[in-house]
Design a protein around this ligand. Structure first.
Ligand SMILES: Cc1cc2nc3c(=O)[nH]c(=O)nc-3n(C[C@H](O)[C@H](O)[C@H](O)COP(=O)(O)OP(=O)(O)OC[C@H]3O[C@@H](n4cnc5c(N)ncnc54)[C@H](O)[C@@H]3O)c2cc1C
Length: 380
């Protein structure tokens, strides 16, 4: 029976990156995806994701996003695809609010170029935004938009070219492991590997129920809006944004593909929790779009608050909002890469690479303490 160095379970954002990086390092790689390449049933579809280095989620994310930035450039160079468009990115909120404070701190500690705009400067530079008096904006000129499907396709193409075996429309149905390796069940077949990288996104707990990871799945829609002046919302004139100011709580991405501005409501929108990822197959309804429309109505007078398109998406959320990246003490042949909690895509090229560090070398240069799965397993 052929045995592989690395098996990658799930070929979405994290798994596609892991397959690319493992194959590029000369490992023998097999990857499994239950659906097609760059499908629209998980967490990584919809044509755009924000890339920003002001990772206000915490300073431990700075080296991860730094490695990701280098890998996105390398991906473009090696594949010939354009996956990133610079638009600038704003964090908007009260000058002494958490978002602005954390964005500034991260820019300072991570040496990220930023510009602080007061309400007048914001209104002058970006008249599309109805900024409240007293709000400020942290502008990161180097931020922009990643094309998630384009990234995943390019990574999988490069993985294949480097010799990875990738099985699509193939659901992994079982996983057994000990310290020497893993046995993966795919229907009647069993495949063995020295290490498995688990990158199954919103399905994360299915294959490792015995670890009892406290990950939950949250439905989160992607909703697009348009205005009469289309040019005002393209990436040349409209930045990505995260906005947390009183009742204004949302995020958005410029119109990169003619579909309109993509907007989402923030944490206050009380998005529904799902029993299981497979429950996210019901159509978009008012519970999805009402909070986003309310935000757009207040924040963007030039956009029609009736959406032009909407589609469901979902996130795998950890209780503390931080990622799970690491080898659990209880399962030394597994590398877990899950719980990306709504802010994972920008990091995904690096997460795949770090997972490969762990699978092939047993360690990574990136500090992973904050992301250790063992923090939920009683062995941290
Ligand atoms: C509405 C929304 C907006 C977002 N915006 C941003 C943003 O602007 N910037 C940002 O950085 N992040 C953003 N995110 C977060 C980011 O998109 C996710 O963190 C990231 O895409 C998660 O990637 P993943 O690889 O974990 O999951 P996925 O990409 O869903 O990959 C998991 C894969 O595993 C496969 N799989 C599962 N089980 C099996 C099995 N048993 N056998 C075989 N295959 C299996 C699935 O089919 C899937 O393809 C957003 C998320 C949402 C929902």
């Amino acid at each position: 029976m052929t045995s592989y160095d690395v098996a990658v379970l799930g070929l979405g954002a994290m798994g596609a990156a892991a397959a690319w990086r493992a194959a590029a390092r000369g490992a023998s790689v097999i990857g499994f995806e239950q659906f097609t390449s760059a499908h629209a049933r998980g967490s990584s579809h919809g044509g755009s994701r924000i890339f920003r280095k002001t990772v206000f989620e915490g300073i431990d994310y700075v080296p991860v996003v730094g490695r990701a930035e280098r890998l996105w450039a390398q991906l473009e160079q090696e594949s010939g695809a354009t996956v990133f468009r610079r638009s600038g990115g704003l964090c908007i909120g009260a000058a002494d609010g958490e978002l602005v404070r954390d964005a500034m701190r991260c820019a300072d500690e991570g040496d990220v170029e930023i510009e602080l705009l007061d309400a007048d400067a914001l209104a002058a530079r970006y008249p599309q935004f109805a900024v409240a008096p007293g709000d400020v904006g942290v502008l990161e000129p180097g931020a922009g938009v990643l094309d998630p499907e384009g990234c995943i396709r390019a990574e999988l193409d490069l993985a294949k070219t480097a010799g990875a075996e990738l099985w699509f429309e193939t659901r992994v149905t079982g996983l057994r492991y000990d310290e020497d390796g893993v046995r993966i069940s795919v229907g009647e077949e069993t495949i063995t590997a020295r290490r498995a990288i688990i990158a199954t996104g919103a399905w994360f707990t299915d294959l490792v129920p015995e670890l009892e990871l406290p990950l939950r799945v949250q439905r989160s829609p992607l909703v697009w809006f348009a205005g009469a002046d289309h040019a005002a919302y393209g990436p040349e004139r409209f930045p990505t944004f995260i906005w947390e100011s009183g009742e204004l709580d949302g995020w958005g991405i410029p119109d990169v593909d003619g579909r309109g501005v993509k907007v989402g409501a923030g944490g206050s929108a009380r998005k529904p929790w799902l029993e299981h990822a497979s429950d996210n197959d019901y159509p978009i309804g008012p519970r999805d779009t009402d909070p986003v429309q309310a935000f757009v109505r207040r924040a963007f007078p030039g956009l029609d608050p009736v959406p032009v398109a909407a589609t469901p998406c979902m996130n795998s959320k950890s209780p503390d909002g931080d990622f799970l990246i690491g080898v659990p003490a209880a399962a030394p042949s597994l590398v877990l890469a899950g719980g990306f909690s709504g802010h994972g895509f920008k990091h995904s090229a690096a997460v795949g690479d770090i997972a490969v560090d762990l699978a092939l070398d047993g360690a990574s240069e990136i500090g992973l303490g904050r992301f250790s799965p063992d923090r939920f397993l009683g062995t941290a």
